[in-house]
Design a protein around this ligand. Structure first.
Ligand SMILES: [Zn+2]
Length: 414
């Protein structure tokens, strides 16, 4: 064996019976091609059942490997296809790559490391592979990770929708609130979007679920009631969604007051949209004073804002009975407020109070899955959108699934 053959045997980590047959450097192209071969006359085993099977034919295959000395490195081999009496024609497994991949396991692991940090297009460019190849590595990593994932019984799950590309196109994301990982991603936000998740759980897993945080969204409620035993005591309508609904109501009041005032000649509400939606804990003293002044000047909006704040303060209470009492008082005030958007939310909260109240028992919120939503939005921003939902789903699982993504035999720290 020549020195360069020895070198590449070491570089590729080749073990018997595989050996380097020849190495060809193409200096102009900046490429190294390594032919590896098996000894003739040996007997091989089917990769499925590990029983000896006769050779059917050979296939010329190639794999992109890690660059060596900045040379693009490609492994070539004639791989026997075996005729297993049980499994039919099966290609002999090669130790450096997974079946069907055109990349060695080490190359895929490198690409996975990079995909964790950068967009698919950036990784494709850096590794000199096509966009589809980089996305293919990501998709395979996710399938591998999902296949390896052990069945766990989450105690608290969060269900949320997240927008996919265009407005009004959604995926439903189910996450494990305790572990902070995505459990399921399904198209749309219909009842059937969630049914699949419940149906894949065993009866034991379903029973072990103690709480489910979600928005007051009919299809999710319906699906959960149909599949989860004792659902009414487990569903927790999330206080962040309550804040969202109330913020929309306050903004509707702001807009109508703004229009009314403008019609009379002047509105102090121009460019104040976000001042009304801020959490009071995050505003400066000057901002608080400015808002207080505006509240005095635009009385209806001031009342809408105060009703939002008092509703949210209920969630700071400790005891369920205190929450019941304060909610009753709040509801009375909200229904007499003559503010239609607020009354609309108040009726919704009244209808769902049973499950809103569960918060005081389980103390779970989608804070976990809201920040999951934020993580997903970051994934989306980084990739500049997705061609289709499958790619979006792959990216969510890749970045937020807590999966073991690497090819077998290549271990990496998560
Ligand atoms: Zn077999």
């Amino acid at each position: 064996m020549s020195e360069i053959d020895k070198l590449y045997t070491a570089v590729l980590g080749l073990e018997a019976p595989w050996r380097v047959e020849r190495v060809e450097t193409q200096l102009d192209a900046g490429e190294v091609h390594v032919w590896v071969a098996l000894p003739k006359g040996e007997r091989w085993v089917c990769p499925e059942c590990l029983t000896v099977a006769p050779i059917h034919d050979h296939q010329d295959r190639q794999w992109r490997h890690l660059d060596t000395c900045q040379f693009k490195t490609v492994i070539h081999a004639r791989v026997p296809r075996l005729n297993c009496p049980t499994h039919g024609i099966r290609q002999l497994a090669v130790p450096w790559g997974e079946p069907g991949s055109q990349f060695t396991a080490m190359f895929e692991a490198l690409a996975i490391d990079w995909l964790k940090q950068a967009s698919v297009s950036a990784v494709a460019k850096y590794l000199r592979i096509s966009w589809d190849e980089a996305a293919g590595i990501q998709g395979r990593a996710v399938r591998r990770g999902l296949a390896r994932r052990e069945a766990v019984a989450p105690r608290f799950v969060g269900i949320d929708e997240t927008a996919f590309q265009k407005r009004h196109e959604y995926v439903t994301v189910v996450s494990d609130l305790e572990r902070g990982i995505v459990l399921d991603v399904a198209d749309d936000r219909k009842q059937t979007s969630l049914d699949g998740f419940w149906q894949r759980l065993t009866p034991e897993q379903r029973t072990s679920i103690e709480g489910v945080a979600m928005d007051m969204w009919g299809p999710y409620i319906q699906s959960t009631r149909e599949h989860l035993p004792g659902a009414d005591a487990k569903i927790v309508f999330d206080k962040f969604h309550v804040a969202q609904h109330l913020n929309v109501a306050v903004d509707l009041v702001r807009r109508s007051e703004h229009r009314r005032l403008l019609a009379d000649g002047f509105s102090p509400l121009s460019r104040t949209k976000y001042d009304w939606l801020k959490h009071p804990g995050t505003t400066t003293h000057a901002e608080k004073c400015a808002l207080a002044e505006l509240r005095g000047r635009v009385e209806r909006l001031g009342r809408a804002w105060a009703l939002k704040e008092t509703a949210m303060a209920i969630f700071d209470l400790k005891a369920p009975w205190a929450a019941d009492r304060n909610f009753k008082t709040w509801l009375f005030g909200a229904m007499r407020s003559k503010l239609e958007p607020i009354k609309h939310v108040a009726r919704m909260l009244q209808r769902h109070w049973g499950q809103l109240r569960n918060y005081f028992v389980h103390r779970i919120t989608n804070a976990g899955s809201e920040s999951m939503n934020a993580r997903i939005q970051r994934v989306k921003a980084r990739s500049c959108g997705f061609r289709n939902r499958k790619r979006f789903r792959d990216a969510i699982f890749f970045h937020c699934g807590g999966l073991d993504l690497y090819p077998a035999g290549v271990s990496r720290g998560q």
